[in-house]
Each structure stands twice: as C-alpha cells, then as structure tokens.
Design a protein around this ligand. Structure first.
Ligand code: NAP
Length: 478
C-alpha cells in the first residue's frame, strides 16, 4: 500500500520534472520515503484525465457506481492492517486510533455505496396547466480535494466516496506530511476497478497545485479540509471560475461541564475530546468550561486522568498519545503554554516538549485560564487542556460563542431541558451532549462561521457534489 508515485489516469507516474520530497516519521524523525514534488503540468494532466473520465462515469447507472464503491469498501477492509500501519508511520497516532481511522474510511465508503442509489430529484406541483415541472440531480463535474495530515485516510474517504456516489471524478492532493495514506487511495481505487481518471492522486506543494486546480475552469468544485487561513485563500481563488465550495476548516470547541453532570463521564469525555490524536483534531475540546460547584472536583480527577495517559510511539503497545506531526507543531503548542503562563495561568501537569527523539509534547492541563489568552482564542491543535470556571448558563453560552470558529461543542449535564437549550444556543455545526466523540458516517459533519461551509457524512454529504437542475416540460396538452 506504500506508493511513491502519483496516480494519474490509472497509472503510477513520477512528477514531470522528476522532483521528490522526503516524508518523515514524527515519532522518530527518520525519513520513511519520498513522494513526487508535482508541478503545475502534473496538475493539468490530472485535470485532463478527470475531465475525460467524467462523461462516461456520470453516465453509469447509480447501481454500477454503487457496486464500484462496494468494491472499494472491500479493498479497504482487505488492506486495513497495512493502511493503519501506514497512518501510524507517517502521522504518528497510536495504532488503535489508526485502525479506527481506517474503519471510518471504510464506513464512509459503505455509507455512500448505499446512498448512491438514493439520489433523486422530485416532481413539482406545476404553476401552469399542461406543463410538467421536475428537478434532476446531476454531478457537479471534476472535483479537486485538498486534505490535511491529521486524518490522512478518512479525510479523503469523506470526499472521494460522496463524489463518486454523485458521479463526479476527483483529483486529490493529500498533505505533504502524510502523502502515503493519500496515494494508497490510488491503489485502492485501482484494485476496486474504478475506470482510469475517475480518481487521481498527486502530491506536492499546496500553493502550487492548489493554484493550478483553482485557476482551471474544468475543475467545478473544490472540497477542502484544513486551516481557516488556507480556506480563505481558496474561497477567494474560487471566485475567478465560480467553483462550488465545501470548506471544513478549523475549530475552537467549547467543552462545558455543568454542576449536575456525571463527573466520571465528564472526565472521560474530556480526555477523549481533548487528547485523541494528541489533540490534533478539528473537533478537539479547545476550551474546557467547568461550573463553579463542580470545578475543583473535576479538575483534580481530570489532572489525574491526564497524568495516567501513556505517551510514546504509536507502534508501542498500550500507547494512548503519540507525537505531534512536526517541529512547527511542537513550537506552536509551546507558544500557547508560554502565553498562558505569562498571563497568569497555572500549569498543573505537563507544559513542555519532551527531550527525546520525535515531536512529543507532554499532555498538559492549565488552570486559571482566561478567554483572552492565546490558548482560548485560537485552535491549540495539541495536547494542552485549558480549564476555566463559569457561574451561569447564560454566561457560558456567551463565552462559548464569542469566537470566530464554530465547528463542535460539548455539553455535560443531566438536565434534559438544559441539554436542549444548549444544543440550540451553541453557535456550532456539531454538538455532543454527554459524549466526547460524536463523529459518524451517518450524520452530517461541518461547521458554521469561520469553521466553514458544507457538510460531510450523512445524507447531506452527497448534496455538496450535486447540482439541482429544474426542468419545465410544456406542450403536454391542456
Ligand atoms: P493546512 O495548513 O491548511 O493544510 C491543509 C492542506 O492544504 C495541505 O494539503 C496543504 O498542503 C494545503 N495547502 C496549504 N496552503 C495551500 C494553498 N495556498 N492552496 C492550496 N492548498 C494549500 O492545514 P493542516 O495544518 O494540514 O491541518 C490542520 C487544520 O485542519 C486545522 O486547522 C484543523 O482544524 C483543520 N481540520 C478541519 C477539519 C474539519 O472537518 N473541519 C478536519 C480536520 C482538520 P501544503 O502543506 O503542501 O501547502
């Protein structure tokens, strides 16, 4: 499953100018291989292949596309062990988390294999006698997909699977830190029997390839998962050719624990929501708000649970936290802790990078945090948990919503009325009530405000790859 070449038009090819870039294992710093440093010409080749493949693929029966997705699902399951090992090797997460990610990739493909046959327009009650009105649902065309490194397999599953279900063809550019899991999709699609050009994967510099994909009029849609800063660049670039957009951008999730919460479950939920993937998930708990009455009890149990987390290379048995993706990530997280300290926060555990090979940062809990500190204003994207006090429901809603991001939010309470009120009041696209991990292929995932637009997963996930065409048929008689 480890391929070192681009997959374009159904063949494995090097970058047109022969360049390649190294990929490292974040747990050891060792180079684990090289991938093509693709050029604008390579992007154009992929666009040509995807454009040529689009017509015939669009014209397949929905059943035929569903069958191809089932075959793809079968290939993921068949190679699950190797795919998970690849994720751990290049991304660093513990092997069990990597296996879960591959399970999610398979689950998305399965879901959209099922959904592929349920794409349907509708008949509309006519405004005129003698005319029939209806809508058709048609694929948008060639789709460019740009993905981050934190879930290098499943982020592509969430894009490739609904795109194929809709009848679109795809050009995917995985992140440079984790290209092998992206290129593996080429091997999977090939083995599943997808026609050449339907899925193309190429690696290389984001700005170069993104620029080429965004400028090209044959690319009709861009689906991006990554930082809000890059999302804004792509949104601006899309204007020139008026592309359809799906943007899954950064988060800053509040995790709110009310006095009436089940303490054990709130602590377990906070550990899962904060430390999964070493805190490098877009739905990570970024600000933990705890009500006065439960604050001290929560904090002491939470710190004990954090101190019990086992850190190490993702391949070592029992490890729960792996390394951060690279040196820059460690420095960013360290800067958050330093800023919090400088402004009066207390480091209750952790607080520094570890002096060992790889990019490890100690799981950290900060107390006495305020909303104006860097760690509260921005997405930390690392294993640092800032804990803050609050007094009332109205206060915590106002504070939780006072950020520009709006992806996930979490609430722990045993009061049913409050659970409903909070679900409605939080400005975000996803709410977990008494649950710290809520992502599933059957439900829509996505954000509001600067966390993006569009949804992945659920029935909604395929909508982003479809156009609605209105057809009015006249001349039918009175
Ligand atoms: P990133 O820096 O935005 O990079 C994401 C991808 O965009 C990479 O493939 C990158 O490739 C590419 N890229 C960078 N600049 C580009 C440009 N000018 N044009 C086109 N492509 C460009 O994000 P990241 O650090 O990899 O990922 C972390 C971010 O993703 C976090 O903010 C996280 O919250 C967000 N995220 C969101 C979701 C969600 O569903 N909402 C899910 C996961 C992650 P190069 O590095 O080669 O430039």
């Amino acid at each position: 499953m480890k391929h070192h070449l681009n997959y374009i038009a159904g063949t494995w090819v090097p970058a047109s100018q022969g360049g390649c870039t190294p990929v490292t294992n974040p747990a050891t710093g060792e180079v684990i291989g090289h991938v093509p440093d693709s050029t604008v010409d390579d992007a154009h080749r992929a666009i040509t292949a995807a454009r040529a493949a689009f017509g015939p693929f669009r014209d397949l029966l929905a059943l035929e596309r569903a069958d191809l997705l089932w075959a793809l699902h079968g290939q993921i399951q068949r190679h699950a062990k190797d795919l998970a090992a690849l994720v751990t090797e290049e991304q660093g997460k513990p092997l069990d988390e990597a296996k879960a990610e591959i399970g999610m990739s398979a689950a998305y493909v399965r879901w959209y294999a099922e959904e592929a046959r349920r794409i349907a327009g509708e008949g509309i009650a006519s405004a005129w006698r003698g005319r029939h009105l209806m809508t058709l649902r048609q694929p948008v065309g060639v789709v460019a997909a740009i993905t981050p490194w934190n879930f290098p397999s499943s982020m592509l599953a969430r894009k490739i699977a609904p795109a194929l279900a809709a009848g679109c063809t795809v050009i995917a550019k995985p992140a440079p830190q984790t290209p092998f899991s992206g290129l593996a999709w080429g091997a999977l699609c090939d083995a599943a029997g997808l026609p050449p050009g339907v899925v193309n994967i190429l690696t290389g510099d984001g700005a170069t390839l993104g620029g080429a994909l965004m400028a090209h009029e044959d690319v009709r849609k861009i689906t991006f998962t990554g930082s809000t800063a890059v999302g804004k660049i792509l949104i601006a670039q899309s204007a020139a050719t008026v592309k359809k957009l799906s943007m899954e951008l950064g988060g800053n999730a509040p995790f709110i624990v009310f006095d009436d919460a089940d303490l054990e479950s709130a602590v377990a939920g906070a550990i899962a929501a904060k430390f999964r993937n070493a805190g490098q998930t877009c739905v990570c708990a970024n600000r933990i708000y705890v009500q006065d009455g439960i604050h001290d009890a929560f904090l002491s149990r939470f710190v004990a649970a954090v101190q019990a987390l086992r850190l190490g290379p993702g391949t070592a048995p029992g490890v729960e936290i792996g390394p951060l993706i690279d040196r820059a990530a460690v420095e960013k997280v360290a800067a958050c802790v330093q800023d919090a300290r400088a402004h009066g926060a207390t480091v209750l555990t952790g607080g520094a990078a570890l002096d060992r090979p790889g990019h490890f940062f100690a799981p950290t809990v900060l107390s006495d945090v305020t909303d104006t500190m860097l760690c509260a204003r921005h997405e930390i994207f690392g294993p640092v948990a800032p804990v803050m006090r609050f007094a009332t429901e109205a206060e915590v809603v106002a504070r939780a919503n006072d950020v520009r991001a709006g992806l996930a939010g979490y609430v722990y309470t045993r009061d049913l009325g409050r659970a409903f009120r909070m679900s409605q009041a939080l400005d975000c696209g996803i709410v977990g009530v008494n649950e710290g991990v809520v992502t599933t292929e059957v439900a829509p995932f996505g954000g509001v405000k600067e966390s993006g637009s569009g949804r992945e997963g659920g029935r909604e996930g395929v909508e982003d790859y479809l156009e609605t065409k209105y057809v009015c048929i006249g001349g039918l008689g009175a």
